[in-house]
Write a protein that binds this ligand. Structure first.
Ligand code: SF4
Ligand code: FE
Length: 480
C-alpha cells in the first residue's frame, strides 16, 4: 500500500493535460484550487496505515492474498459491504467533502461481475483482462476514476441518432491490437487525482448502439485525454491568503469534463466491446454500488450537525427547545441515510463471479433518500446558523486596523467565544451548504450515481407490487 507521500509523488509524475480558467495547469499537485481535493484522496492512503482504521480501510485481496487498501478490493462477503459503508461515513466525517476514490472501487466491483457474465455467455476473455488489470491496480494501490456519465446531447435520442455522434463515447476504429475511441465523460469526480480512468457505458443499449457499448481502462495521462475542470461556488477563495473564508481549510472535492479524442485502447485493457446487451447490467451494478457509497453523505452530515450544534452554542441559542428539536431532526435524517446504506450491504448477495453485490432495491431507496435529506439537513443548519452566515464580512476585515474592532465588537455572540471562532464555524456551514463542498453535499446528492428519477424507475421495477397485491387479496378473501 502506498503512503500518503508516495501517492502525492505518484500524481506529480503523471503528465495530465488539465485546463482550468482557460489555461493549462502545469502540475495539479501544486495547484491551489485542486490541491485540497488531492488531500482528501490522500487521506484514503494515510488512514490505511493507521492501526485504528486498519479494519475498515484495508482488506485481503482475493486474488493475491495480500493486504490491500479497501478501495482496491472486490467485496467477498456482506461484511465487506458493510465495512465499505462504514469506511465511506468515516471518510466523509473526516474530510467534510467528497473524497472521490469510491467511483473507482465501484467500477472495479461492477466490472468483476459483468466481465464474468459476458464471458459465460459469449466465450470472450474479458474477465481474464479484468483480473490482470485488477491485480495491477491492487499491487500498485492506484486510484481509479470510474467514468460513466456521457454528455448525452438530446435526451430524447439514443446514442446512434444524436446529431453529433460523440455525445456518447464510442468506438471509431477497430484494429488488430485494440480500438480507438472518441467522446467524453462529464462530471468526473476526482478525475485529475486519479492514476487510471475506467470507462463504462452510461445507459442500456440496443444493437444499433453497439459501437457505444464499450468499457476499458487507461492510464489517466494516456495520449488524447484532456481534462477541463468544473468550477465550484467560492472556489477562488482558495487563492486568498487568509484561511477563515475557505470554511474547510483542509479538504475539498472536484469534478471535470474528460475529453477523449481518438484515444487508442490496447486489447488487454478492454472489458466490453460491442456486447450491447450487457451495457444495462453494467450500468445498474455500478449505479447500485455507488448508491450504497453515498453513506459518505452521512459522514459529511456528521460534520454539519457538529458545526450546527457549535454555532447554536456560540449564538447562545442551544437551550431553546426548537433548536434542540431541529438538531434531533437533523440527526434523525442523517442516521436514516446511513440505515439505507447499511441495509443494502447486509442484504447483499453473491453473484456468479463470486463478488458480493448490494441489494439493488435497497441501494436505490438509500440514494433516493440522499436526493432529499441533505437538503433538509442543510436547511435546518442554515435556520439555526442565522443570516450572519451569508452577511459576514471577510477575514481581511476582521484583521483590518481600521474596521477590525467593529467586526470584533458587533459580531460577538457568547462572550466566552472569540469572534474569530464564530466566523470559522459559520464559514464551515457556508462551505458545506453553499460553497465548494455544497457541490458534493447537495447537487451531487441529487444527481451523482444517477438523478432521482433513475432510482424511482429501479424502485418501480424491483418493488414486486404483484406479490404485495396477492397478500392483500388473500387477507380480505378476493379470489380471481
Ligand atoms: Fe465517494 Fe461520496 Fe464522493 Fe461519490 S460523492 S465519490 S460516494 S465521497
Ligand atoms: Fe458521486
Amino acid at each position: 500500500m502506498m503512503t500518503k507521500e508516495e501517492y502525492v509523488e505518484s500524481l506529480r509524475k503523471l503528465n495530465l493535460k488539465v485546463y482550468a480558467f482557460g489555461k493549462r495547469i502545469e502540475n495539479v499537485v501544486n495547484d491551489k484550487i485542486i490541491r485540497p481535493s488531492m488531500e482528501a484522496v490522500a487521506l484514503t492512503y494515510e488512514l490505511a496505515h493507521m492501526p485504528e482504521y486498519e479494519d475498515l480501510m484495508t482488506a485481503t485481496s482475493h486474488i493475491t492474498g495480500k493486504k490491500i487498501n479497501r478501495f482496491c478490493h472486490i467485496h467477498q462477503s456482506n461484511e465487506d459491504l458493510v465495512k465499505k459503508t462504514k469506511m465511506g461515513r468515516l471518510l466523509g466525517s473526516l474530510t467534510g467533502c467528497c473524497f472521490q476514490r469510491c467511483v473507482g472501487m465501484d467500477a472495479l466491483n461492477a466490472l468483476s461481475i459483468t466481465t464474468y457474465n459476458i464471458d459465460e455467455k459469449a466465450g470472450t476473455d474479458y474477465n481474464k483482462n479484468f483480473l490482470a488489470y485488477l491485480e495491477y491496480v491492487q499491487e500498485n494501490d492506484l486510484t481509479c476514476d470510474g467514468a460513466m456519465t456521457d454528455p448525452k446531447g438530446d435526451r430524447s435520442l439514443p446514442p446512434h441518432k444524436q446529431t453529433d455522434p460523440d455525445m456518447f463515447l464510442h468506438i471509431v476504429e477497430e484494429r488488430e491490437d485494440g480500438i480507438v475511441v472518441t467522446g467524453a465523460k462529464a462530471h468526473q469526480t476526482g478525475a485529475v487525482n486519479s492514476h487510471e480512468i475506467i470507462i463504462m457505458p452510461t445507459i442500456s443499449m440496443k444493437e444499433a448502439d453497439k459501437d457505444y457499448a464499450v468499457s476499458f481502462a487507461l492510464p489517466s495521462d494516456a495520449d488524447g485525454i484532456t481534462y477541463i475542470m468544473g468550477r465550484q461556488s467560492c472556489d477562488t477563495r482558495k487563492l486568498e491568503t487568509g484561511m477563515i473564508d475557505r470554511g474547510n481549510r483542509l479538504y475539498g472535492g472536484h469534478e471535470a469534463l474528460v475529453v477523449f479524442e481518438n484515444v487508442f485502447v490496447p486489447r488487454d485493457r478492454i472489458f466490453m466491446c460491442k456486447e450491447y446487451e450487457f451495457a444495462g447490467q453494467l450500468v445498474e451494478n455500478f449505479a447500485s454500488y455507488h448508491r450504497q457509497s453515498y453513506a459518505c453523505k452521512a459522514g459529511v452530515g456528521d460534520v454539519l450537525i457538529g458545526a450546527t450544534q457549535t454555532v447554536a452554542e456560540y449564538n447562545g441559542a442551544q437551550k431553546a427547545s426548537h433548536i434542540k428539536d431541529k438538531l434531533i431532526e437533523m440527526n434523525h435524517l442523517n442516521e436514516t441515510l446511513f440505515c439505507g446504506s447499511v441495509a443494502c450491504a447486509c442484504e447483499g448477495h453473491k453473484e456468479p463471479s463470486g463478488t458480493y453485490l448490494v441489494n439493488t432495491l435497497l441501494a436505490n431507496v438509500c440514494k433516493q433518500n440522499v436526493t432529499r435529506f441533505p437538503y433538509e439537513i442543510a436547511r435546518l443548519s442554515q435556520d439555526i446558523a442565522g443570516g450572519l452566515m451569508v452577511t459576514l464580512p471577510s477575514e481581511q476585515d476582521l484583521r483590518s486596523p481600521e474596521v477590525g474592532k467593529w467586526v470584533e465588537k458587533y459580531f460577538q455572540g457568547n462572550a466566552q467565544v472569540p469572534v474569530e471562532n464564530r466566523m470559522k464555524i459559520l464559514r464551515l456551514i457556508e462551505n458545506i451548504t453553499m460553497g465548494t463542498a455544497a457541490v458534493g453535499y447537495l447537487t451531487e446528492s441529487m444527481h451523482g450515481a444517477g438523478s432521482p428519477q433513475a432510482q424511482r424507475i429501479m424502485i418501480s421495477r424491483q418493488a414486486n407490487v404483484g406479490e404485495k397485491q396477492k397478500k392483500a387479496k388473500k387477507l380480505c378473501g378476493i379470489e380471481e
